[in-house]
Design a protein around this ligand. Sequence first.
Ligand code: OAK
Length: 829
Amino acid sequence: ESGERRGKAERLFRLMDGFRRNDPVSLQKDILDHVEFTVARSRFNFDDFEAYQALSHSIRDRLIERWHDTQQYFKRKDPKRLYFLSLEFLMGRSLSNSVINLGIRDNCADALNQLGFEFEVVAEQEGDGALGNGGLARLSACQMDSLATMDFPAWGYGLRYQYGLFRQVIFDGFQYEQPDYWLNFGNPWEIERVHVSYAVKFYGNVEEELLNGEKCKVWVPGEMVEAVAYDNPIPGYGTRNTINLRLWAAKPSDQHDMESFNTGDYINAVINRQGAETISSVLYPDDRSYQGKELRLKQQYFFVSASLQDIIRRFKDSHSNFDEFPDKVALQLNDTHPSLAIPEVMRILVDEEHLEWSRAWGIVCKLFSLTSHTVLPEGLEKVPVDLLGSLLPRHLQIIYDINFFFMEDLKKHFGLDYDRLSRMSIVEEGAVKSIRMANLSIVCCHTVNGVSRVHLELLKTRVFKDFYELWPQKFQFKTNGVTQRRWIVVSNPSLCSLISKWLGTEAWIRDVDLLLGLREHAANADLQQEWNMVRRVNKMRLAEYIETMSGIKVSPDAMFDVQTKRIHEYKRQLLNLLGIIHRYDCIKNMNMNERRKVVPRVCIIGGKAAPGYEIAKKIIKLCHAVGEKINNDSDVGDLLKLVFIPDYNVSVAELVIPGSDLSQHISTAGHEPSGTGSMKFLMNGCLLLATADGSTIEIIEEIGEDNMFTFGAKVHEVPALREKGSALTAPLQFARVVRMVRDGYFGFKDYFKSLCDALDGNGDFYLLGHDFGSYLEAQAEADKAFVDREKWTRMSILSTAGSGRFSSDRTIGEYAEKTWGIEPCRCPF
Ligand code: OAK
């Protein structure tokens, strides 16, 4: 009862709190106010986009109030804070998410309605915030939502790129990249903090100075750039807490280059100065391999340096002893991209705060934790020593010193095992002498996290084996999760209402384990009927989108079979395509009677290829070539369609995922560290067809093998299969479909040759041939299940019911307790 009273009080308060009231009339007044004075359009004449701008500014006002209250409260309570450092955040759109988390969506819809606008249409006006590539970046966004909702005193830090991830345009079946100059139309969600700015230094050299009779190092920089803060408030759901994502933009510094202004060449001096802005201009679009580019290294240091200056300033506001730093601050490295933070903190403590090396090192070792998001050796960052030494001369010295002490320790531990020493060294000797950022991170972090149980196993036994032997206690895993606020409440409102109706509560939106309560209703005919109705409407919406994008008409009666994610060889979109070709080939060879038994399918593929990743680009072209053939074949009709959805991003995902029946997560076992797409599909009642890889292994355990379709080699079988050469075990159908591509059945014979060559003989590294037979069997199982409507719907409900474990709320709870040592700090209403 007291909970209910509190709920009522909170609702009442929400209507009255602070300067801004949330009833429809007040909202409406604010919207018109912003139309007139912020957007500068007449309140009697504005369009959907202007309505979006005005509404967003009205919401932003409310976010700012809560943000202030939260930050004031944190300041007063002074809890240990988490700083989440990530070079990428894939936030998507903010409007719907914000109004839902603030609990004012319906009031906003009413307010707009009375002005003659529709909320959905207005929300569609927003572009995606795409400051990231794929999994790692979207995970950061989900985790920010959970941190805010669970009242953790946390901040995110990142870079405010002017160009987000490129837009993918398809022309004649080929991918072209277009710049995403996303700030073109303004960004109502950010707050520019002109007064929060820090100088970031680059280049130059290191000198020695005497300070109180002691020698100390001084870095004399050759270039300075100013970092200016842009704050993006992140509201929690069902709480007043609103945390901050602070993104840095590079601006020329007044101290940049006084010299050239004195030489009389004023115009060129200005142009040079302006070059500073390039640091935060563009996101690197490659999530596959590390390139060793200077600009990328500059971006990394720029964001790390500004963030640490900010963090230390905040700490110093109320503390003077750095020994307390780890009691007040936890620093999370999202992969090794921000790992220059390690030598940077050492530099600040030793060179600027004049702490002794060993005391500084003791502090640094308690601060950092790392999460790894890769298993591929080419994904591990190695910075050439020459590059690092020229850009950050003092940091290179510090890294050498860290390595020296580490090597001494190792010798004590393992004796003079030089092979081991050279494998574990932070410095890699060789043609290009480099710094191994992963080794640096592991040496210094108190915890190294994997993103699923099997990922940790691979880190322990392969990627970081030597380190695991030395420090087993450092290695942990926290299985990834995604936020049900975005992936059910925002993207699938009708499913959200249906779930709440059957659970008799909305509490699952904060307490996602409650979803398990759906299990007992899974076979209920009424729920099943309502469930299918909701899913059908979502499919129709997706079908409409497909028709607008590609001109291809698809029937919502067919099974919507979806694979959307970045294009990688290891994710095996090619296996999917070969399976589709096989299906097509079978249909072609059937008589009329047999064709009547075929379960109609719409195969949907979407995803971007890194601009320099040739094979991935060929896979996209193959998809279009195969689609062209199938979709125009009158023998096939509605039995099979293949569509490619261009420019897959967060907002497209919000449309595609709720409308999918089956989704494919078919990476070669041992290659996908976790995978988070699968979790979003699962939440939306989409069945999975998957290999036992990454988090899927845990999904299988949670919802049961009977409720999904699994196939393929297991993680531990893969090395031996590779030795053997997988072509030996490939079924005949595999050779047949590869031959169709090779012989030019879909055109572009020469262009596809290298794709086919990679599948031949011992070259089939990703084991497509080996897994093909069991893949087709799993697909046949899916067909069989789909025609049994009762069974399929039950499996679908059980998928959603079992998805609670894969909420980022659970992940963040584990990090908070086991890695960061932080506690909730809830701002009172
Ligand atoms: C991106 C750049 C460098 C290294 C890794 C990535 C990345 O996106 N990795 C992905 O991270 C996701 C979140 O942990 C995982 O779910 C994916 O399996 C992983 O590939």
